[in-house]
Design a protein around this ligand. Structure first.
Ligand code: NAD
Length: 247
């Protein structure tokens, strides 16, 4: 599963799953650029950690929901490194609540950060990938986008949207040597799930066939596989990394 010498970009790379993806790709020999929203110190520390492995790193500040910022980020990676081979759209948020209480701004924020961001970076990267006639795009959804979850209409809609978007883009770009796939994690222990009540956590874990939550590394391993040449004949796929939670 080599990505040695490839140039990768990961959105929302400073913590949780994004950070594990940055680490997995750089461990496997890729140069890794990553975006962050506000944590400049963590971003600088992660960039030095990546460079310590003998590959290149770029930490780029930007709001993933901002179309113009996404374009500038892609331009920076291509102008500094000459190509973009792997794009991992990872940035995401939750703003949960039953529809009865969900505010319009909760809907807009989640759709903007989770779904529009995927459009932003794919739209900005695909021309360069078409020129290269190669590229691997991996979009981070959730099993909630497949099975739904009470209290997460906005989040589930954003993640189901990512799946539909990715399958369509896979059909548009397959003949150009570009693979587009989706990773759909189940319950992963990160800051995002840290906010859940013990009750909600126990209820979710009770349905995980493998009997434990995922680590960010479990998810990063799947991303690394899809980013590598070993997954060259896989496109438009939704890879569940959920310990059997949804099947
Ligand atoms: P996290 O909250 O630990 O990390 C999210 C990352 O996204 C952070 O680095 C954050 O700064 C970044 N981010 C958020 N909004 C951003 C914005 N507007 N612009 C740029 N960066 C932004 O969460 P996580 O659990 O690591 O989640 C990563 C991805 O995995 C998300 O897309 C999430 O929906 C998905 N996911 C997580 C789980 C889980 O159980 N944790 C399950 C399924 C899917």
């Amino acid at each position: 599963m080599t990505v040695s010498g490839k140039n990768a970009l990961v959105t929302g790379g400073t913590r949780g799953i994004g950070r594990a993806v940055v680490e997995a790709l750089s461990d496997a020999g890729a140069n890794v650029a990553f975006t962050f929203r506000s944590s400049a110190d963590e971003a600088a520390a992660l960039a030095s950690e990546v460079e310590g492995k003998g590959v290149k790193a770029l930490a780029i500040q930007g709001d993933a929901a901002d179309f113009e910022a996404a374009g500038k980020t892609i331009d920076q990676v291509v102008s500094e490194w000459g190509s973009i081979d792997i794009l991992v759209n990872n940035a995401g948020i939750t703003k949960d609540g039953l529809l009865l209480r969900l505010k319009e701004e909760d809907w807009d924020a989640v759709i903007g950060t989770n779904l529009k961001s995927v459009f932003n970076y794919c739209k900005s990267a695909y021309r360069q990938m078409m020129k290269q006639r190669s590229g691997k795009i991996i979009n981070m959804a959730s099993i909630v986008g497949v099975s739904g979850n009470a209290g997460q209409t906005n989040y589930a809609a954003s993640k189901a949207g990512i799946i539909g978007f990715s399958k369509s883009l896979a059909k548009e770009l397959g003949s150009r040597g570009i693979n587009v796939n989706v990773v759909a994690p189940g319950y992963v222990e990160t800051d995002m799930t840290g906010a859940l009540s013990d009750e909600a956590r126990e209820a979710m874990l009770g349905s995980v066939v493998l009997g434990r939550p995922a680590t960010p590394q479990d998810v990063a391993n799947a991303v690394l596989f899809l980013a590598s040449d070993a997954a060259g004949y896989i496109t438009g796929h939704v890879l569940h990394v959920d310990g059997g939670l949804a099947m």
